[in-house]
Design a protein around this ligand. Structure first.
Ligand code: NI
Length: 264
């Protein structure tokens, strides 16, 4: 089984009667005009390979079908809500994603739509997954800056430098870390401010602008690798959200290095 994901970018201009199609699907198609709402929908399809093409599904067909069947539904709903002066909350977004899944399910009969993820801003996404029908997955990125040193007290200095290289330098070195926290919840139970407050209080404040080896007691015994940081982040956040369940924590140390932890 292969799992194929294609991102489709589009914009909806709520007070125009129709959207301008444009010619640059890499940026956004429909293109949007002036102040428009930009979306990126990631469509994940599970399936076997077609022998002739080597595709699960031709990604150009995903683009075409999303723009033909899904974008007009979302555009129409948003225009209606704007006209009514009505807020589009997570319940409405989850409903739109569920309708989108139904549309795509009847089109791609050789592959199943396992996940639809809607990027609401560059750092925040809401997704539905076929394994958890009544839940949504909400994820958001946070940042913290910290210094650390990779060092194992039970090894000699030479062994430490041979294992950790320059990461073992005595004065340490810094990273601008990115933390992505993903929770699952019933759409009506998602509250962005509560979510952010808990991540800030229970994790970010403990790590931000700290020397991890010195200022965070946990890392006086545990080596602050990106792997161990992801476990620390999980343990700091698990069970803390009132009506949401922690699903995954990803710690990104550099543009090239990140680690996700799912609790086991
Ligand atoms: Ni480092």
């Amino acid at each position: 089984m292969h799992r194929l994901t294609r991102k489709v970018r589009f914009s909806i201009t709520p007070f125009l009667p129709a959207d301008i199609n444009g010619f640059n699907s890499f940026s956004s198609q429909p293109a949007g005009d002036g102040l428009a709402i930009f979306f990126e929908l990631a469509v994940t399809l599970d399936g076997g390979l077609d022998e002739k093409s080597g595709f699960v599904v031709n990604v150009l067909d995903i683009d075409t079908e999303v723009r033909k069947s899904v974008v007009p539904v979302i555009a129409e709903r948003i225009r209606t809500y704007f006209k009514q002066g009505r807020h589009t909350g997570f319940i409405e977004i989850a409903q739109l994603l569920a309708e989108s899944r139904e549309k795509l399910k009847s089109i791609f009969t050789n592959a199943s739509v396992s996940c639809l993820s809607l990027q609401l801003n560059p750092l925040r996404a809401v997704a539905i997954d076929s394994r958890e029908k009544n839940m949504v997955y909400f994820s958001e990125k946070f940042e913290f800056a910290a210094t650390h040193k990779l060092w194992n007290d039970s090894l000699s200095e030479q062994e430490n430098f041979s294992l950790f290289g320059k990461c073992a330098n005595p004065a340490g070195h810094g990273h601008n870390y990115i933390v992505e926290v993903m929770v699952k919840a019933a759409p009506g139970d998602l509250h962005v401010a509560d979510f952010q407050r808990i991540v800030d209080e229970k994790l970010i404040r403990i790590l931000d602008h700290k020397n991890l080896n010195v200022d965070v007691p946990h890392f006086s015994k545990v080596i602050p690798t990106v792997e161990n940081l992801s476990v620390f982040a999980w343990d700091s956040l698990f069970g803390r959200f009132e009506k949401a369940t922690l699903h995954c924590v990803t710690i990104q140390e550099t543009e090239k290095t990140f680690c996700s932890y799912y609790g086991k």
